[in-house]
Design a protein around this ligand. Sequence first.
Ligand code: KMT
Ligand code: NI
Length: 188
Amino acid sequence: MVRAWYHDGEANDPSDPHMLTPGQFLSVQQLKDEIGVELMKFDAATLDTNVEYLSLKKERGYSVEDYIIICKDYIDIDSRLEPDYNKRMKIFNSEHLHPDEEIRFVSAGSGFFDMRSRDDKWIRLELSQGDLMIIPGGVYHRFFLDHKGYVKLRRLFSEEPSWVAFHRPEGDTHTVRQKYIQDHRVMI
Ligand code: KMT
Ligand code: NI
């Protein structure tokens, strides 16, 4: 299962785990209750025929999927190489939110997704093969590779693949952020 812990707040190598000593872990239930992030586990090899996965897609209207590979040397989206690796990686690494849910399934590899807690600390989620994560719209988050340096993600979208990011502080005034703050009693 996904492990989640409070980040130590240090700015050195973001691919290090950045756990506090001793580690302060959160359960999957706490993540759901406190920040609204949902986590599920599926077998990557049989995903497309998994009844629960198919009904999740249907219920939430996720009709479009693509693949993204993020590694130390390149980013590939549906077999197209991202022309500006550094620019794209910087967007993923810096704090942002989306108007819509962000749904990612880890087909292979692993990586760190950091989410803001209700009191504005970083919570680090360690995702690996088989993990499916739903980040509600309005949650500030960021992504880093771990030292293994490779992840292949399936991205799910509701209609045509659309992806819009608002970095902090531009996202603060977005209605989706205001709603999230109210719904989750965010203390900022
Ligand atoms: C995003 O919006 O795509 C992210 O937060 C980066 C991780 S998944 C490519
Ligand atoms: Ni994002």
